[in-house]
Design a protein around this ligand. Sequence first.
Ligand SMILES: [Zn+2]
Ligand SMILES: [Zn+2]
Length: 315
Amino acid sequence: MKALWLENNQISMREIAQSNKPGEALIKIRKAGICSTDLELVKGYYPYKGILGHEFVGEVVSAPDASWVGQRVVGEINAVCGKCEACLNGRPTHCENRTVLGISNRDGVFAEFTSLPLENLYRVPDSVPDEQAVFVEPLAAALEIQQQMQIHPTDRVLLVGAGRLGQLIAQTLALTGCDLHVVARHAFQREILSARGIRTIAEENIQPQKWDMVVEATGSPDGFNLARRAVRPRGTMVLKSTYKGGMNVNFSSIVVDEINIIGSRCGPFEPALRLLEKREVDPGVLISDQYKLQDSLKAFERAAQAGVLKVLLEN
Ligand SMILES: [Zn+2]
Ligand SMILES: [Zn+2]
């Protein structure tokens, strides 16, 4: 099968033997999305060799349980052991023996087919088109914030960053009814937010130490520092992006101000699918471009350009 292979910071299209793992479902990829993590993997921020990609919607072509065959599905990216301490205590995304689709020890979805355990799969309702379903994984990651902490309608919430993930975080936070403002660097990002009635705020208008909760979705030291200045004493910072290399942070001020810092990663798929089915969110506004799988290299060039949100690959 055709696949986008990453090795030594180089991506290339290759012909690779189909990965039909025993006991797992084989899935034909319909659409896949390029996310910032994929771009970072190519830059070598984390070591990975194999087929890239983890955001997808596909169709099951074979499975240990035949009732899944022909189903349109999305899939959780962490394949877990079910036996370690983390798994047995309800923290499967932290499984000590996990492999992660297109990120760690498991071939990903920028290919004609991929393979995942059945317990990772979720059926996609017929009313949700592929262009929406392909966003379930990052949408679930956005919802993880609400899984980790309660957001009150009276909370003043600042979101720093309105890129690929930031836009989805903004749409999901807006549903809580909190007093949400978003810092968006680019005009087109602000336009997408305004079209949904989500308020933006210019950096210079952010009152320091006034925000109950600040979500940092830029993964940059500047974004972190802005978020740190904005959060009130005993407020909460939620970190949604990874940071390249080490960070220079004044931890004494975090102690004195009693700031909660929460790291936040993968989230729940079922509520993400539900929001799409009820059309309470619309990730489709993020699509900048679509390419055929064989044009993956062009698609990656496009995704890396400034001002580009989601680039999709299709089979
Ligand atoms: Zn991703
Ligand atoms: Zn485990």
